[in-house]
Each structure stands twice: as structure tokens, then as C-alpha cells.
Design a binder for this molecule. Structure first.
Ligand code: G16
Length: 579
């Protein structure tokens, strides 16, 4: 192990820096490292942001690379905020670092906490000759973000990182991608900014489009897509994406119409709009007129544009036909399979490890659809993109999606090349097309903009309308609900560590779920299926409930019954501490 030239400020400097970023109360509420970093009401986050800035700088100095810090609370309500840290690979913070960072963020004595953090970081293996390093900071459009970004930068500055680049308002996936690019071979001297992002993804889409069979002349009118930007940061990126497409493909095959762009005084981030709302509530977002837009192709991003779901207004009130993350995985797998079969007429992709990773929230009908695809492995892991991403990395082509629209497709380029090189009489153009299609996906994290391009590309390639896509399979009726509970109660709920389909604790609550599900099945008899699970959210103080059944009426009944059980459990817990 090589020791590193870390900057060690004096205790007096540290005391002054920490007292400039004090906790909101004494003691402050504990901040757990949640599903995607720290997240809470913005009023309690100042000290945590400052400490995350310190941590990011240490990680950058230690690795002598660029790391990222994104100030966002994604799908949460506007008054919340949070931070997602990006490792030098462009992926999320390595999991072994989460407890180390959490201890520092929650330390009563910040100076002592920092000393312990330094010891732990310096003891980590694989140290390069540090001393340089760069922290790249991004933010969403929340009112509190600017103040919190300043705290992150103050923290990073304190540790003597070589440079801090503030990208301003960017999407979370843009920041992930930029960090990856900064650390890529030959990146020295390259501009750091979002133009590299638009060039990469716009270029990948254009390349794929140019490999499609030529359109009949005259060229068809560009296909219209109505984009709900959740009044978030994604709204700022639709115009540059459109401009880039028009500059590369003339005329652009896509016409993007932006709604919920956050410009009206009444526009509220994620309020009755955005991917979370549309997917969980199965309702049209604000501003989408059911009658006027019936049958149109629409999509919704979330607050930091790392999730996307598609939908089409069904014509009655706010009814919609939803193509969620599960259906996006089904679409991409269908396209990839067709492309593999075009290259390899005989074995249709056999020999290449293709896998799909889902979570317990995946609709049973989607899993059944994916299961019947030849040579495709289907896995279930626990919630959190970091878990899905890791599992997908085990495949040559790894598709991962949460039903809520968070996902991407990972590819091992070298393995793909090796596989193709032994396919006899392969169709070269078909191979190029597959490579170009996979090139549209963000390799660092799920990305609403990249997924939008990939979806449009897949639909065009498969010659599918939105209705054809929606009809790939019919979802089992499902209900997703949440019950607000305090964090200390949520901490008592222990989901199964691998798949979260059951609770390992408390056993009585799990027994209630089992009884309710079995009795619903027993009432209907043979052929009826139902399942339900409960898990604590890692981003909001709520308990989540997922229910699925053969009939909508059964799903409603089961959902109501279990919602009542969860509330009852919360009340019992509250009573027990009052005694
Ligand atoms: C984050 C995670 C997702 C997760 C979602 C909800 O998304 O990145 O993997 O599905 O939170 O998590 P939970 O059910 O624990 O609240 P985002 O888009 O909010 O950053």
C-alpha cells in the first residue's frame, strides 16, 4: 500500500469549517444511507452535504480520479433533498463505503469523525499516488439545491482536492456519464460539460437509425412523443437533445413536445406528474388531456430524469395504458433477440449470456413473458438500482429494470465481438445494428433520455406501434400503496436480504400477509394466483405494499386488508413505546 498525500487541515480550521455547516438541531435526526444515498427534508441536510463533500474529495484524492456528487431527491416532494455520490467508474458509490460514510455523516463530534474517516480511507487497499483528484457536482431544480451544493463544494475544498467542477443543473445520469468520461483513457484535456453527453447519445441514436432499412420516399412525418418532465431538471434537456438530433439526422425522426416543464408559477416538482406518479397511481399526469390526446404516445420522467415510463391516454377520464419499466425490459429483450437472430440465423444468440434483472415489484406477467424467451436468464434482486446494476454486470448483455422505470442495458463489447466472430456467415450489417442499438444505453445507470431514444429506436426497428408494445403481455392486476410510518418503526421491518418478497421480521406481520394471500386464493380455488409483500422505503418515511392477483377485485381487497394491517402494526408499535 502506498501512502497518499492527503491534505490534513488543522483542528482549528476543521472546527471553523464544521461550525459553518452545523446540524439543524442537537442531536440531529439520524440520517440512514438509503436506497440511493441520503435523503430527507432539505432543512436537516446542510451538515450532511458538507460532510459528503469532504468524503467525495477524499475519494477523489485517494483514487486520483474524478468522482461525482449529485444534489437531488429525485422522485420525492420538492421540500426534500438528498445526495447521490458517483464513483470513478461512473457507477454508484461502492457499497462497502456506505457504512463508513454514514458513520461520518452522523458523527456527534465531526472532527473526531473525520479523523476516523481518514484512518479508514487511508487503510483501504489499492491506493494510487493520490494528491490530485477532481469532484464534479451537479444539482436538480429544487429551491434548496443551490445552498446544499455550496455546502458540498465547501467540504470538498477543505480537503484540498485539485479541482471542483460545478455543472449546475444536470440530470443524475448526465453526471454519472460525465464522471465516467472524465476517467476514461485519453480524457485529459477534454472539455467537461454536458455537450459530451448529447454528442454521445445523440450520435449513438443517429448511428442506429442510419442502419435501419431506408424509409419509403417521401420520408414519413416525424413521430410525435409527448414528454412529461415532472417539472424537473429533465425539462431543461429536451430542447438540446432535440437540437442535437436535428443537427445529426436531417430531418430529425422524432418530434418531442414538452409538458410539465416547470415554467408556470403553479408547477410543482413531481406533483401529480412524473414517472413515480404515473406508474404508482396509474393516472395521467397534469396537463395531459384524456380526450384530446387519446392514443398518443407519451412518456414521463422523474425529478432527476433517471427513470422513464411510457403511457397513452385511454380516452376516459384519466385512464391510461401504461408501459412501465417491466414493459421496457420486454421491448428491449424482444428487439435484442430479433437482432441476435438476424446475425445468427441458426442458433439465435445461443452462447451469448443474456440476462434480465428485475425486483419483486415486477409484474408476474412480465416475468412469465421474459421466462419464455429463448436463451434469456431472468433474475430477481432487491430494490435499488445499485443491486440490479451489479447483477446485470454478470451477463454479456444484461438488461435491468425496476417496474418504476429505472433501468438500462449493459453490454460487454469484447464478449459480443468474440461471440460474433465465431458465427458462421454472420450478417455484418445486422451485427453493426445490434452494436449501435446497445450503444444507445447509458452504461453507468438508468437514464430517462437515453431510454427514450432506445425505446423509439426499438419501436421503429420492430415496426411496432405503442398499442403493439402494450399488448406484448397483459399485466396481472396489481396495486401499490404506501403507509406513512416513522423511521424507527420502519427499521423494525426486515425484508428478505436477497429478494424482498417476504419479511424476515416481524414474523407476525409476515404471517398476516401469508394468511390474507392464502385465504384469497382459497376463496377462488384452482388457477387463482395472488401475492403480496411489504417493505420499508429507503427514500421516504413510508412502508410500501405491493399486491398482485388474478382479478382486480381480489387485488383491491387484498390491498385494503393489508394496508389496514400495516397501520395496525404502526399503532401497536407507537402504543408500546408510550407504556
Ligand atoms: C431510488 C432508487 C430506486 C428505487 C427508488 C425507490 O430511485 O434509485 O432504485 O426503486 O429510489 O426506493 P424505495 O422504494 O426504497 O423508496 P430515485 O429515482 O428516487 O432516485
Amino acid at each position: 500500500m502506498t501512502s497518499i498525500a492527503m491534505h490534513h487541515p488543522s483542528d482549528a480550521d476543521l472546527q471553523a469549517a464544521f461550525s459553518g455547516h452545523p446540524p439543524s438541531s442537537s442531536p440531529p435526526p439520524p440520517l440512514p444511507y438509503g436506497t440511493a444515498g441520503f435523503r430527507a427534508n432539505s432543512a436537516v441536510l446542510l451538515h450532511a452535504m458538507h460532510r459528503c463533500g469532504i468524503f467525495a474529495a477524499l475519494r477523489a484524492v485517494k483514487t486520483n480520479q474524478t468522482v461525482g456528487a449529485m444534489v437531488t431527491a429525485s422522485h420525492n416532494v420538492e421540500p426534500d433533498n438528498g445526495i447521490k455520490l458517483v464513483d470513478p467508474t461512473g457507477g454508484m458509490l461502492e457499497q462497502s463505503m456506505e457504512p463508513i460514510l454514514t458513520e461520518f455523516v452522523n458523527a456527534d463530534d465531526a472532527v473526531q469523525g473525520l479523523r476516523r474517516l481518514l484512518e479508514k480511507i487511508e487503510a483501504q487497499p489499492g491506493v494510487a499516488n493520490g494528491g490530485g483528484g477532481r469532484v464534479v457536482v451537479g444539482q436538480d431544480t429544487r429551491q434548496s439545491s443551490e445552498r446544499l451544493v455550496k455546502a458540498v463544494k465547501d467540504g470538498a475544498q477543505l480537503m484540498g482536492v485539485e479541482s471542483i467542477v460545478d455543472l449546475g443543473e444536470v440530470t443524475t445520469p448526465q453526471l454519472h456519464f460525465i464522471v465516467q468520461q472524465c476517467n476514461a483513457a485519453g480524457a485529459e484535456g477534454r472539455r467537461i460539460g454536458e455537450s459530451v453527453y448529447f454528442e454521445h447519445f445523440g450520435g449513438a441514436f443517429a448511428r442506429f437509425w442510419s442502419l435501419l432499412p431506408p424509409s419509403p420516399s417521401p420520408a414519413p412525418a416525424p413521430s410525435s412523443l409527448y414528454v412529461d418532465a415532472a417539472n424537473g431538471v429533465g425539462a431543461l434537456k429536451i430542447a438540446p437533445l432535440g437540437e442535437h438530433l436535428s443537427a445529426t439526422l436531417s430531418p430529425s425522426p422524432l418530434s418531442l413536445s414538452l409538458l410539465n416543464d416547470g415554467t408556470q408559477p403553479t408547477d410543482q416538482l413531481n406533483e401529480e406528474c412524473g414517472a413515480e406518479y404515473v406508474q404508482k397511481m396509474q393516472r395521467l399526469p397534469r396537463g395531459f388531456d384524456a380526450a384530446e390526446m387519446v392514443g398518443k404516445r407519451c412518456c414521463s420522467m422523474d425529478g432527476d430524469a433517471d427513470r422513464l415510463v411510457y403511457f397513452s391516454p385511454g380516452g376516459e377520464s384519466d385512464h391510461l395504458i401504461l408501459c412501465d419499466g417491466d414493459k421496457m425490459a420486454a421491448l428491449y429483450c424482444t428487439a435484442i433477440q430479433r437482432m441476435l437472430a438476424e446475425i445468427d440465423l441458426q442458433d439465435k444468440g445461443k452462447g451469448l449470456r443474456v440476462g434480465v434483472v428485475q425486483t419483486a415489484y415486477a409484474n408476474g406477467a412480465s416475468t412469465a413473458f421474459l421466462d419464455q424467451l429463448p436463451h434469456v436468464d431472468v433474475r430477481c434482486v432487491k430494490t435499488g438500482v445499485k443491486h440490479l446494476h451489479r447483477a446485470a454486470e454478470e451477463y454479456d448483455v444484461g438488461v435491468y429494470f425496476e417496474a418504476n422505470g429505472h433501468g438500462t442495458v449493459l453490454v460487454k463489447r469484447e464478449r459480443l465481438g468474440e461471440w460474433a466472430s465465431v458465427v458462421e456467415g454472420r450478417d455484418e450489417r445486422a451485427y453493426e445494428r445490434l452494436v449501435a442499438f446497445l450503444g444507445i444505453f447509458n452504461q453507468t445507470t438508468g437514464d430517462a433520455l437515453a431510454d427514450l431514444l432506445a425505446t423509439e429506436a426499438a419501436l421503429k426497428y420492430l415496426n411496432m406501434s405503442f398499442a403493439d408494445w402494450a399488448a406484448l403481455y397483459t399485466e396481472l392486476p396489481c396495486r401499490q400503496t404506501k403507509v406513512a410510518l416513522p423511521r424507527w418503526v420502519l427499521n423494525r421491518l426486515q425484508p428478505h436480504p436477497e429478494h424482498e418478497k417476504t419479511l424476515t421480521q416481524p414474523t407476525e406481520l409476515q404471517a398476516s400477509v401469508d394468511t390474507a394471500v392464502s385465504s384469497l386464493i382459497a376463496q377462488h380455488g384452482d388457477g387463482y394466483s395472488a401475492r403480496a409483500f411489504i417493505r420499508p422505503s429507503g427514500t421516504e418515511d413510508v412502508c410500501r405494499l405491493y399486491v398482485e392477483a388474478t382479478t382486480a377485485e381480489g387485488a383491491d381487497r387484498l390491498s385494503d386488508e393489508l394496508k389496514a394491517k400495516i397501520s395496525q402494526f404502526g399503532a401497536q408499535m407507537a402504543k408500546s413505546v408510550m407504556k
